[in-house]
Design a binder for this molecule. Sequence first.
Ligand code: MSP
Length: 651
Amino acid sequence: MEKKSFYVTTPIYYPSAQLHIGHTLTTTMADTLARYKKMKGYDVYFLTGSDEHGQKIEKAAAEKGMKPIEYTDGIVKTFKKLWSKMHIDYDDFIRTTEKRHYDTVQALFQKIYDQGDIYKGEYEGYYCTSCESFFTQFQLEEGHCPDCGKVVDIVKEESYFFKMSKYSDRLLEYIESHPHFIQPESRRNEMINFIKTGLEDLSVSGTTFDWGIPITMDKGHIIYVWFDALTNYISALDYLNDGPLYEQFWKNNDEIVHLVGKDIIRFHTIIWPIILMAADIKLPTTVFGHGWLLSGGGKMSKSVGNVVDPLVLIDKYGADSLRYFLLREMPSGSDYYYSEDALVNRINIDLANDYGNLLSRTISMIDKYFSGNIPLIKGGFDEDLVSLSKSVIDSYQNHMDKFELSLGLQAVFKLIGKGNKMIEESAPWTLYKEGNLERLSVVLYQLVEIIRMSTIMLSPVLVETKAKVIAQLGIDKEYFTYEKLEFGSLDQSFKVAKGTPLFPRIEIKVDAEEKPKKTENDEKKKEINKMEKQNNNITSNKDNLISIDDFAKCQFKVGKVLEAEKVEGTEKLLKLSVKVGIDEVRTVVAGIALYYQPQDLIDMKVIVVYNLKPAKLGGIESHGMLLAAKGENDLRLLTVDGNLEEGAVVS
Ligand code: MSP
């Protein structure tokens, strides 16, 4: 049977500054999907690159007294160094300054011009004087410059225009009849609504800057940077010569996936498909728009000064840990607040405690009870484990296929959790003491199978770790392929070789004043009583009563708990991911661990104080607070009657 193909791309990044962990997220997603598809036997092509033209780059180079190309050469080297340290295994890195790209852009432009979809006219557009940049209707944010937020001026210049308006109905029809074209769903609805408001023809050339690709027949005009940049996805495949890569990965391929951040989804789902339609080229299968990684001050950007350098994190924690953290924490499609504490927590909980410990405990027991030889069992497995492993594999694949990488990883950790639970419940040390070697063999074989299958599923993310696990288990690497992703596939015995911990635990530093005290029950009651008395005093004192206007300052919203876990090193705190809108998931730290188990909270509708200033609790930044009612001996979260959607306003 002919192999299926998979083409995955990242945006091509601007070499105007060094890349941060936001860019690293997209590229790690693409790399992981590429490895996952390769593991499943697909022919994969993975493209990334750099978007080097435009005024900004021209200006940045001039400030350094360099030619633009000298300047971008230097920065592109830093991109490649980062990707190599992150183990990003791309097939090609395209630079828009390369001849193959240059020629393709000119030819594509000419083709669309020749058939009458590009015409010359006068551009009346938006210009930001402080950034010295033109913007399209697409780029403005509520009428203001998307970069500096200042008011833009309307200016006039001669320009070529692309007849976008002609294609708007066709595009709308395409989006509506291809539910997988724009993902996730919330972005799709956003784009449909945008197109329905009407598309204007797009100015696709300018005469005010030089650093770009000129129009062949009118060299004073430089082709609009987005027309130039988007074309990279086909110029890298040699569309110009109808080359074999273009044949396989575009023309005859049903899985062409562009991964992009939410800020550039419009360019990819409106301008790009219309360029393709006009040039009679088929459209990509999916444009997936992920959310942003935020840090203090919002979206990471050099001008805000809140960027996080991935190279520092790789040196400190290792590439696999960073890869895992980014993919596990980033909810599919929505934003996520980054903090180093969350990174450390995630490594400690999942990788050190759950996965790493499972391996080292299993190997120690095989060493101790069977002189290092993995007992070979052919049947009589625990039924619940066999059926869990089936459902985990299904759920893992299902989520990975939908680009829901965090959910895919969560599925795998269900299996790992089951392994750790099995050790506690079956107490192998007791089985050994009692001489029940038959059951002990079953337990240890099952644990090895859990580790083996989990390692296969985690291998597209934890790319260095797989070899370490294989070495410690001593199992032939052919048992770590996708074909062997089935419980009970291990049918030969091997000898384990204990090694160093896969993920050593990282010390968590919690500031003394923030560290929740470990109180005994009596002390807790005293503290609670004291607090209650204080509160009674406040509410019974009429001077302290507030007006309705004061109350109106507080914003409350209905939220749904997606994830919950204990905050390491604290007794009272739980860290929750709460969905508070179609597209918004927040981290909220709540002092409710004495009253709720994390699993009890999943899917619960809660009331979130929405406009509370972020605060650090247990070392984690909390973005909101949950409303709860406290009785004498219990605390209950406030919830909402009926099935209101997340984000509904409470007043
Ligand atoms: N050059 C264009 C893309 C052209 S693609 C044909 C561009 N470059 S960029 O360097 O500014 O951004 C590239 C990508 O990085 C975008 O998808 C953007 O969403 C993503 N990110 C930039 N900051 C980000 C975060 N803080 N978080 C997640 N992704 C972020 O746009």
